[in-house]
Design a protein around this ligand. Structure first.
Ligand SMILES: *Cc1c(COP(=O)(O)O)cnc(C)c1O
Length: 482
């Protein structure tokens, strides 16, 4: 708890900002929520935002901007080629990461497209601490395979481990000697490891991975999309860095990798993305793909306004008072849920609070998508929209069977600087009600199922009339209340 300024008596972390622009929210009655759940195929991605009360789907592109970011957007330099705005962003990235070369892209997966088209040959295997949905798909569509080298302890749902995102060094050495370094185009470390609950990676671990990559001449790659929360956790949890500043910690990380990419929809309270490196060779290999897929070299699919906002947002990412907010809010929400004995991923990470659907709905058969059913039932009970991060988020195995995920999570993202504490507490209250009535929740099955990234557009239905039963219980308990 080193670097938060103050907690209230009931342990609420103090925000170091005030809210100056607001957006009105709507809370539909539960009958209307059931209708919109049916209309959206029990997939929270397909809900209309106007039917959602608290949107905890993601932190992607929905972090609140600051007054300085909004002001910077007004001085954006509109030009197709050679925009001043681009050079300001490039300069900021160099200042923060000490990298000289920058390829702009429209979002994180666009960086993945360019990197994997450039580096993957059919038959290659990419080693990762853990996959992210789009990061894996871009490897596989280019003919590569993915191996995840997270330590077994990293995917235990409840743990005391401080750096659950660390790569298992023993597994890394084993994989390299088994596959051969020439079959491994790069080793990818994802900080703030998304799909296991926004869990951090230690610098100690990144140093070991980087040294092994150097020894075998394998490219080391950092997915820095969720770097901000990871910086906070390093400062809090890694002894060597307790007295270091956030910019110093950032530098210590950046120097370990040959290639870094990020989604600015997460990093920098912005929109857009980029690839940065000091390797002229890698830069030259990739650069032609930017005008082909993204846009000219000085915008890469981003609007100049987005780039100005990102430049300021990256600066704010170096400010402890700012990056504390996300993880501290999450820790508070997690603490409240734990008090009520609700199963969540511990220790809480960044990005959001992660309900453990494997346990929450342990009576629902694995093949009926526990995390999906939890996402649907929580929306019904509260108007809160979370994101399924379990088996629905895994595409099927080549033989057509479901690829059962290691973890069945409902992610409740807390986009940075967006929600108030009463809203967080409302979500906790309704989750607690749902937990008390969890035996009423049943499973889901697919009715329309895309082959790739099925979680985005797939449609499901309830296996029984459980949603109606849950609605009736809600009415019995809450009367006319919304
Ligand atoms: C979101 C995310 C991406 C992809 O970024 P988009 O901007 O959504 O395309 C890649 N890696 C991680 C860790 C992410 O969280």
């Amino acid at each position: 708890m080193a670097n938060i300024k103050y907690y209230t008596e009931d342990h609420i972390p103090l925000e170091m900002h005030k809210v100056r622009i607001i957006q009105k929210l709507h809370l539909l009655p539960i009958e209307d929520r059931l209708k919109s759940l049916n209309d959206s195929g029990y997939n929270t991605f397909l809900l209309k935002n106007r039917d959602v009360f608290l949107d905890m789907l993601t932190d992607s592109g929905v972090n609140a901007m600051s007054d300085r970011q909004q002001a910077a957007m007004l001085v954006a330099d509109d030009s197709y080629a050679g925009s001043e705005t681009f050079y300001r962003l490039e300069q900021k990235l160099t200042e923060i990461f000490k990298t000289k070369l920058f390829l702009p892209v429209h979002q994180g997966r666009a960086a993945e497209n360019i990197i994997n088209r450039t580096l993957i040959k059919p038959g290659d295997t990419v080693l990762m601490n853990y996959h992210f949905t789009t990061s894996k798909s871009h490897v596989t569509v280019n003919g590569g395979l993915v191996e995840e080298l997270i330590s077994d302890a990293g995917i235990e749902e409840e743990s005391e481990l401080l750096f659950k995102g660390d790569m298992d060094i023993g597994k890394l050495n084993e994989a390299i000697s088994r596959l051969g370094a020439d079959k491994i185009p790069y080793v990818r470390i994802e900080v703030g490891t998304n799909l296991i609950g926004g869990q951090p990676v230690s610098i100690q671990n990144m140093r070991e991975v980087s040294a092994i990559c150097k020894q075998h001449n394998i490219i080391s790659l950092l997915d820095a999309s969720l770097l901000a929360d990871n910086l906070h956790f390093i400062k809090q949890r890694e002894e060597e860095f307790k007295t270091k500043s956030i910019p110093e910690i950032t530098e210590a990380i950046a120097e370990l990798f040959d290639l870094i990419y990020f989604s600015a929809r997460k990093l920098g309270y912005g929109r857009g993305g980029g690839i940065i490196t000091n390797s002229q060779q890698l830069f030259d290999q990739m650069k032609e793909l930017v005008p082909l897929y993204e846009g000219f070299m000085t915008y890469g699919g981003m609007s100049v306004r987005e780039m100005e906002a990102l430049t300021i947002g990256l600066d704010e990412t170096m400010d402890e008072d700012m990056i504390n907010q996300g993880p501290e809010f999450i820790a508070f929400m997690a603490e409240e849920l734990l008090k009520r004995k609700i199963p969540i991923i511990t220790p809480p990470g960044g990005l959001g609070c992660h309900l453990n659907a494997m346990k929450f709905l342990d009576h629902v058969p694995r093949g009926e998508y526990r995390a999906g059913a939890l996402a649907a039932s929580l929306y019904l009970a509260s108007g809160v929209r979370g994101m399924e991060r379990g088996t629905v988020s895994e595409d099927r195995n080549p033989d057509g069977s479901d690829h059962l995920a290691n973890m069945e999570l409902l992610r409740l993202a807390l986009p940075r600087r967006v929600f108030t504490m009463s809203q967080v507490k409302y979500a906790v209250d309704r989750i607690a009600w749902l937990y008390d009535n969890r035996h009423l929740v049943g499973g889901l099955r697919f009715v329309e199922e895309p082959k790739v990234l099925r979680f985005f557009l797939g449609r499901l239905e309830a296996v029984s009339d459980w949603p109606q039963k849950l609605l009736e219980k809600f009415r019995a308990d809450f009367g006319d209340s919304l």
